[in-house]
Design a protein around this ligand. Structure first.
Ligand code: FMN
Length: 374
C-alpha cells in the first residue's frame, strides 16, 4: 500500500504531488526595502527541488509595520513583487513543488532585530517603528503598541487585499493568512491580547470579527480556483487564553468564508505559555479542528519522523504534514522519507546518482522506476 504521505491531494484546482509541505519560515534576509535577495533564490530553489508537494514562502508583510524585522520580506510595493518574480521562475524551472505565500502582519511583535543579532527592539529612528495592535497592551518586554482605529484597520485590510492581488498576479498557487504566533491577527483573536471595547473585541465573536473579515476580503481578491488557508495558534497554552474549542469555532467560520485549510500551530501570544513539547505535540490540535469542522488541516511541529508523519495521516489527525526546522536541517527529507516508506518523491535527474542504490553499484533500476524523474 502506498504511504498516504506520498499520495496526491487536491485543494480546489491545485493538485499536490504528496502531503509534504515546507512550512513558512522567515529568513530575515530581504533588503532594506523588503525585496527578495539572492538568498531567497538559493533557499526557495533548494526547497523547490526537495520533493515536497508544497513550499509555503515565509511570512511576507503587507505593509512596512507588518514586518517582524527591518529585513523581512514585503509585498506592499511593485518593486517587491518584481524582486520575487525571478525567484518564482527559477523554482518553476527546476522544481516540482507547488508554491504558496504566507501573508502577514507582525503587530505588536514587530520592529525587532534578526534572531541571530539578538532579537532586540529596533527603536523608531534607527530603522524601527512603533508597533500596532488590537489595543495598547504591550507584549511583555516590548514597546507599547499603537491601538488601531477602525479607519486604520480598514487600511490594513486593504493592504492584505492588495498583497493578495500581487501574489495572484505573480502566479503563487496558494495563499495562507498568518493569524498565529502572537502577531497582529492573533492579537485580535486572543483574550490575553485584545482589550478592545468596540465590535472587534469582547467576546469570541467580536475578537474573531476582523480576522474573518480579512479572510473574506482576501478570498474575494484571490482566484476562485486557487486555495486559500489560514494559520492559527490553536491554543495560547495559558489558562484563560484562546483554546482548541475557540479554534474549532474559528475554523468553521473560516470555512464558511471559503477557506480551504487550517494550519494548527500554537502559542506566541504570551511568555507565560507552558507548551507540552514533544514529537507531534500539535497533532491533537489539528485533529480537533478536523473532527469538529471537516475542514482539511495542516499539522506542524516536530513531525520529522516519517513514520510519525504517516501515522498522523492514517489516524486522521491531518491532511497535510508541514515541516519547518527538519527541512532546513535536511532539505532532502522527502526523498529519505520516501525511501523509508517505500514510496516515491519528485527528484531532479541531476541528483539521481546520489541515491545509495546507485552509489553502491546497483544499476539503480528499482529506484529510478519508483521515482518520477523530471
Ligand atoms: C527560522 C524559522 C522561521 C519561521 N518563520 C515562520 C513564518 O514566517 N511563519 C510561520 O507561520 N511560522 C514560522 N516559523 C514556524 C514554523 O513554520 C513551524 O511552525 C515551527 O518551526 C514548528 O515546526 P517544526 O518543528 O517542523 O520546525 C518559523 C520557524 C523557524 C524555525
Amino acid at each position: 500500500m502506498t504511504a498516504l504521505l506520498f499520495t496526491p491531494t487536491r485543494l480546489r484546482d491545485l493538485t499536490l504531488a504528496n502531503r509534504i509541505v515546507v512550512s513558512p519560515m522567515a529568513q530575515y534576509s530581504a533588503d532594506a526595502e523588503g525585496r527578495a535577495t539572492p538568498w531567497h533564490l538559493m533557499h526557495l530553489g533548494t526547497l523547490a527541488v526537495s520533493g515536497a508537494g508544497l513550499v509555503i514562502m515565509e511570512a511576507t508583510a503587507v505593509e512596512p509595520r507588518g514586518r517582524v524585522s527591518p529585513r523581512c520580506l514585503g509585498l506592499w510595493t511593485e518593486a517587491q513583487a518584481e524582486a520575487l518574480r525571478p525567484v518564482l521562475a527559477f523554482c518553476r524551472e527546476h522544481g516540482d513543488a507547488a508554491l504558496g505565500i504566507q501573508l502577514a502582519h507582525a503587530g505588536r511583535k514587530g520592529s525587532v532585530g534578526r534572531p541571530w543579532e539578538g532579537n532586540e527592539t529596533v527603536p523608531e529612528g534607527a530603522g524601527g517603528w512603533q508597533p500596532v495592535s488590537s489595543c495598547d497592551l504591550a507584549y511583555p518586554g516590548r514597546p507599547v503598541p499603537h491601538a488601531l482605529t477602525i479607519e486604520e484597520m480598514a487600511a490594513i485590510k486593504a493592504d492584505f487585499v492588495a498583497a493578495t492581488r500581487r501574489a495572484a498576479e505573480l502566479g503563487f498557487d496558494l495563499v495562507e493568512l498568518h493569524a498565529a504566533h502572537g502577531y497582529l491577527l492573533n492579537s485580535f483573536l486572543s483574550p490575553l491580547a485584545n482589550r478592545r471595547t468596540d465590535a472587534y473585541g469582547g467576546d469570541r465573536a467580536g475578537r474573531m470579527r476582523w480576522p474573518l473579515e480579512i479572510l473574506a476580503a482576501m478570498r474575494q481578491a484571490w482566484p476562485a480556483e486557487r486555495p486559500l488557508g489560514v494559520r492559527i495558534s490553536a491554543t495560547d497554552w495559558v489558562e484563560g487564553g484562546w483554546t482548541p474549542e475557540d479554534s474549532a469555532v474559528f475554523a468553521a467560520e473560516a470555512r464558511a468564508q471559503g477557506c480551504d485549510y487550517v494550519t494548527a500551530s500554537s502559542g506566541g501570544v504570551s511568555p507565560e505559555q507552558r507548551i507540552a513539547l514533544g514529537p507531534g505535540y500539535q497533532l491533537p490540535l489539528a485533529r480537533r479542528i478536523r473532527e469538529a469542522t471537516g475542514i482539511p488541516t495542516m499539522a506542524v511541529g516536530l513531525l520529522h519522523d516519517p513514520q510519525l508523519a504517516e501515522r498522523a495521516l492514517q489516524a486522521g489527525d491531518a491532511d497535510l504534514i508541514a515541516l519547518g526546522r527538519g527541512m532546513l536541517w535536511e532539505p532532502r527529507w522527502a526523498w529519505h522519507a520516501a525511501d523509508a516508506l517505500g514510496a516515491a518523491a519528485p527528484f531532479p535527474p541531476q541528483y539521481a546518482r546520489s541515491h545509495p542504490s546507485m552509489r553502491f553499484g546497483d544499476p539503480g533500476r528499482p529506484f529510478l522506476e519508483r521515482n518520477r524523474l523530471r
